[in-house]
Design a protein. Structure first.
Length: 688
């Protein structure tokens, strides 16, 4: 066998491809639980097939979890390779994924190479012996004597109950041992049901009431077959009902009833969507001993206990699932309130007993590698978790208060971030103008809006659009929210005097083509940014102003000379985020005459609008998800002349009106007429 390695060029996807002899090794860098990751793997295998490479080993060492879609894709790729005379195998499989393969019987089709033991060793499942009596299996396993078995069989004949139920009820055999024996008798897998051993999307295929009544939990779906965890696989009427309700063929998997009930409660309670984090979080943290008082020690011991750990994990998971941007943990006299910021507004998610609050905060500090003994000063840190098949960053901030420390966690979920300018939701005219400005080789582009209006997202999308190996792109951020390849990202550190202005001075000596300044806060940063724009650099930054013309007056108020600003400024993008109507409770209606008159619409036309009634899906708000509205101001020769004259805000507003530039309100009303949002929402975000 030719041992020479031919390292293929790594594709844009996160799949590493290596050729060893006649075999190709593919190594995904993330879990196969998202559409993008699964699509990347499919494309990588297709690329191998196009090069007539039909013997493929997929290294799963970095794959913590795989969902139903990922399993189906593996099967499809295996079948495709077999038809070509090749094969697909997997290697470096962790225990969780190995259990998933066993439960779904994927390991009977796709071989698992245990490379840690022997490069050629194939992992095989335990033999399943079918057709044997349950009593004989129990005797063989020394769980019961033959004499005792005969006594129980006599009792069974009189009572009519099942043998296994009698043995468990009398405490002769544990429920777990009984399930293992029953699994062997019925030739079906027994699963120690735990976090990660069920696909959250598959769980939702059976409604909560039915699942609870039948004590059954759908865990995975392969093609037209759904695997259901049950403690009573011989209750055929239950399985038939599940088939009728889901439309899938049911394949039962044995599990302890208490684990099924626990998982159902966790999945459906809203407190924990998939129980704990998918992998063992505790293994990824190292607790540093500190000198603390006796009272603090007791709190820390409580924080290290599994109930608090599980609660914190499930809290984070729920926030990620609900697409929350922030988690607020706020102590008061009688309770600790936990609120999620979803679509820009805060909703109460749960409350915690006040005595547990210090333990929860201590646990979060451990996760953020902060000093748990310091409770008098504010602290900042960063937490990284792996859940639902992806990595999520959390920015930790604590602030001591009257009743204890308040903590806010900013959720930085890359899956929810928009790094594509084409997905910013701009109108065609605004998008064309934005891309036109980004193609400039030098100048200053400003993005304006209040906190939480998506300014940073628009800048990241712009950087993603501009990013290439031929350009030197440098960012100055406070803090760095999302890490991007090739781009040189720098973080402001006010504690050591490393401000925006100071970093910007040094960045300009690094031969940059494009500079992104997270925010222009004061005169020095503004002056350096303008000078950089005038000396051949493209500078992108943000300002806290209400509209596009406000950016011009704000820069002049900061001390920038109008003649310099007129030459440097390329354009301004003002934006807001608006809540969109919840699709689950959406309803349409005709605009009443008073509304038509108020907004100056044509009276002879029937204006059809939409709104949400409110439902559990949207926290009874009537809104779910957000879209953006924009106001684009391009600096042309006329506006340059106007800026040089140090115009007032009124003069600039008149310019906007005369030129027919679409304002935030105009763009918002387009969304209203399209049925995406409501007039009330537009009025709320732009204060009109």
């Amino acid at each position: 066998m030719d041992e020479s390695r031919a390292q293929d060029d790594a594709p844009a996807s996160e799949i590493i491809s290596t050729r060893i002899g006649v075999m190709t090794y593919l190594a995904p860098k993330t879990s196969l639980a998202s559409t993008n990751a699964i699509s990347d793997l499919r494309e990588a295998v297709s690329a191998c097939i196009s090069k007539r490479e039909a013997q493929i080993v997929i290294n799963l060492s970095s794959v913590e979890y795989i969902n139903s879609e990922g399993l189906e894709v593996l099967l499809d790729m295996h079948n495709q390779l077999v038809r070509l005379g090749g094969w697909l195998k997997v290697a470096q499989v962790n225990n969780l994924v190995r259990d998933i393969f066993y439960i779904t019987a994927i390991d009977e089709i796709i071989s698992i190479i245990d490379m840690a033991m022997d490069g050629n060793k194939i992992f095989t499942r335990p033999d399943r012996v079918k057709g044997r009596k349950l009593g004989d299996i129990l005797v063989e396993k020394a769980l019961i004597s033959q004499k005792k078995l005969d006594e129980i069989i006599s009792l069974q004949v009189k009572s009519g109950k099942r043998l296994g139920r009698i043995l468990v009820q009398k405490g002769i055999v544990s429920e777990r041992d009984m399930m293992v024996a029953l699994a062997e008798q019925l030739a079906m897998p027994f699963v120690n049901l735990r976090a990660g051993l069920y696909d959250p999307e598959v769980v939702e295929t059976l409604d909560k009431e039915t699942a609870t009544r039948l004590s059954a939990l759908p865990i995975f779906r392969i093609k037209d077959k759904i695997l259901v965890a049950t403690s009573d696989p011989q209750a055929l009427h239950n399985l038939n009902e599940i088939e009728e309700r889901t439309g899938f063929r049911v394949s039962p998997v044995l599990a302890l009833e208490e684990n099924i009930i626990k998982s159902l409660n966790e999945v459906n309670s809203g407190n924990d969507l998939t129980s704990n984090l998918i992998f063992d979080v505790e293994d990824d943290f190292e607790v540093v001993d500190t000198n603390v008082t006796t009272d603090q020690i007791s709190i820390d011991e409580l924080a290290a206990g599994s109930p608090v750990i599980n609660m914190v994990n499930s809290l984070i998971q729920r926030a990620i699932h609900d697409k929350a941007s922030d988690i607020h943990i706020e102590p008061s006299r009688n309770k600790s309130r936990i609120r999620f910021r979803i679509d820009g507004l805060l909703y109460e998610a749960m409350t915690v007993k006040p005595e547990l609050h210090p333990a929860v905060i201590s646990r979060l500090k451990v996760m953020a590698n902060l000093d748990i003994s310091e409770r008098r000063l504010p602290q900042d840190g960063r937490i990284q978790v792996y859940t639902q098949g992806r990595e999520v960053d959390l920015r930790f901030s604590s602030l001591p208060g009257l009743h204890g420390e308040k903590v806010v966690l900013r959720v930085l979920d890359k899956n929810q971030s928009i790094l594509d300018v084409n997905k910013l939701g701009m109108s065609t005219s605004n998008m064309d103008l934005y891309l036109k400005m980004l193609k400039r080789t030098h100048g200053l582009i400003l993005v304006t809006g209040p906190t939480g209006s998506g300014k940073t997202t628009s800048l990241y999308a712009a950087l993603s659009y501009l990013n290439s190996i031929e350009k030197n792109i440098v960012t100055i951020e406070d803090p760095v929210e999302y890490q991007m390849d090739i781009i040189n990202q720098n973080e402001v550190r006010a504690g050591i005097g490393l401000s925006f202005a100071k970093i910007l001075k040094h960045v300009l000596r690094q031969d940059p083509d494009i500079v992104m300044v997270g925010e222009i806060r004061e005169q020095e940063t503004a002056e350096i940014a303008v000078q950089a724009a005038l000396t051949g650099h493209l500078v992108l930054s943000t300002l806290h102003t209400n509209d596009s013309v406000g950016a011009v007056t704000r820069m002049i108020d900061m001390g920038i000379e109008p003649y310099l600003l007129s030459s440097a400024l390329v354009g301004v993008l003002a934006q807001r985020l608006i809540r969109t109507i919840c699709p689950a409770c959406r309803t349409n209606f005709l605009a009443p005459p008073e509304m038509v008159e108020r907004y100056g619409w044509e009276k002879d036309q029937k204006i059809r609008l939409a709104r949400g009634r409110g439902c559990p899906e949207c926290y009874d708000s009537g809104y779910k998800g957000r879209a953006s509205i924009h106001e684009m101001l391009e600096v042309d020769s006329d506006l340059q002349k106007l800026i040089m004259a140090n115009p007032s805000r009124d003069v600039l507003s008149d310019y906007i009106t005369r030129r027919g530039i679409k304002t935030l309100y105009d763009d918002g009303m387009v969304h209203v007429h399209d049925g995406d949002t409501t007039i009330e929402e537009i009025s709320r975000v732009i204060n009109c």
